[in-house]
Write a protein that binds this ligand. Structure first.
Ligand SMILES: [Zn+2]
Length: 405
């Protein structure tokens, strides 16, 4: 049984300290380096797809979350408000949508700006009971890859299809194993906002966006404000769970009185598409650690190259190689301490994708002997060629440690 908590400890990725609180893990340097690489990748993918990134605070006035409906429909999952004085209360946000509605509302909007895609990797909080918390998979402080795409009604279908394409692309790069799409619909009960016509229309739009795609249906799994497409994945044990979502919302644009000026001069209401490509960094890494058994693809491995001088005579050559790797944008370390065998074993234990051994011959002719994590070891290469090889694998976000072709 692969457990991300055990691997997280062995690989120094994160720590859960009872003094910090249950469900509030701390990312250690190795875990933070991997997460940073993934965050940069997702941000760049979004930038190229026309997203505009913002920053907003993880707490806001009580009135903001009354207006959004969260305090009415979602309070059980939220921390109690923080009171500064009788008429000044703050809420740790359970979602980013209210702040992004304010981004939209910051000034008048024209139809020419739509779809307006507001993105943020932002903090939010859920008051999970301590019994269900564990490692990174269920936490109270969540870092969500989130965006809200404000569209005209006739843009929704194309927008949702484009989001599904981005999800496929991101999941392929990360090595996420897809288990298909799920259309999550309203169930019985009164925990839903909006009227039947809105729900029917949103459902029709999502069905149209899924045209030609295989999906299952899940009544009762919708968000309180609208139906959604869940992107299902298989974990290392073959269990299915949701990692990314695309949700349609007619309700928040009403509540926040969002509008744009259309080409005929009329004032119209946009539709809000809530979407996440990879979900929260916590859930994502709980999954990635297990599915890769800690051996991440080279592009987000915490350390990509460990340089090992065979003995003290090659210390300078090893440092020089590490410097060049650093300049080339790689995450690199030099390990001098102990026997060569022990150092190779340590790099293997840490699942470092590349080990660069520098012996007397390599130091003399400016080369390095690469050993790959999977046991392969090409012939010694000139340092520049070795760095180019690793750089190519990283740039291509390849799962293989040698470049194709
Ligand atoms: Zn949202």
């Amino acid at each position: 049984m692969i457990d991300h908590r055990r691997l997280g400890r062995e690989l120094d990725l994160f720590v859960s300290d009872p003094l910090a609180g249950a469900g509030l893990p701390i990312w250690l340097p190795a875990g933070a380096a991997a997460r940073h690489a993934v965050e940069e990748y997702v941000r760049e993918l979004e930038r190229r797809a026309g997203y505009r990134h913002v920053y907003s605070p993880p707490l806001g006035k009580r009135e903001l979350f009354e207006l959004s409906g969260h305090l009415g429909y979602f309070a059980d999952d939220m921390f109690p408000p923080l009171r500064l004085s009788a008429d000044d209360e703050f809420v740790l946000r359970p979602a980013l949508c209210p702040h992004h509605a304010l981004v939209y509302r910051a000034r008048g909007r024209s139809y020419r700006e739509l779809p307006l895609r507001v993105a943020e990797l932002g903090g939010m909080y859920r008051a999970e009971r301590s019994g269900v918390l564990g490692g990174l998979s269920r936490v109270r402080a969540i870092s969500l890859n989130d965006a809200h795409n404000f569209c005209a009604l006739d843009q929704v279908g194309a927008e949702v299809r484009e989001v599904l394409g981005l999800i496929r692309q991101a999941h392929a790069a990360l090595g996420v194993r897809s288990a298909g799409f799920r259309l999550s619909l309203r169930g019985p009960g009164e925990k839903y906002v909006g009227d039947d016509a809105q729900w029917a229309r949103a459902e029709d739009l999502l069905r149209a966006a899924l045209d030609g795609v295989q999906f299952t249906e899940a009544p009762g799994e919708a968000a309180f404000y609208g139906p959604k497409i869940d992107v299902q994945i298989l974990d290392a044990a073959g269990r299915e769970s949701t990692i990314a979502t695309v949700q349609l919302d007619f309700d928040k644009p009403e509540r926040f009185d969002l509008s744009y000026t259309d080409s005929d001069g009329a004032r119209r209401r946009p539709v809000m598409v809530h979407r996440s490509l990879v979900g929260s960094m916590e859930r994502l890494f709980a999954y990635l650690i297990e599915v890769h058994q800690g051996a991440f693809p080279a592009w987000y491995a915490p350390v990509q190259l460990v340089v090992l001088p065979v003995d003290a005579g090659q210390a300078d050559a090893a440092e020089e190689l590490a410097h060049r790797a650093l300049d080339a944008g790689l995450r690199v370390e030099v390990d001098h301490a102990g026997s060569l065998g022990a150092r190779v074993r340590d790099a293997t234990r840490r699942k470092v994708p590349y080990v660069g051994v520098v012996g007397a011959r390599e130091a003399a002719d400016g080369s390095v002997a690469l050993r790959l994590r999977d046991g392969r070891g090409p012939d010694p290469l000139p340092v520049a060629d070795a760095l180019r090889l690793i750089g190519r694998v990283v740039a291509e976000r390849s799962a293989d440690l040698l470049p194709a072709g």
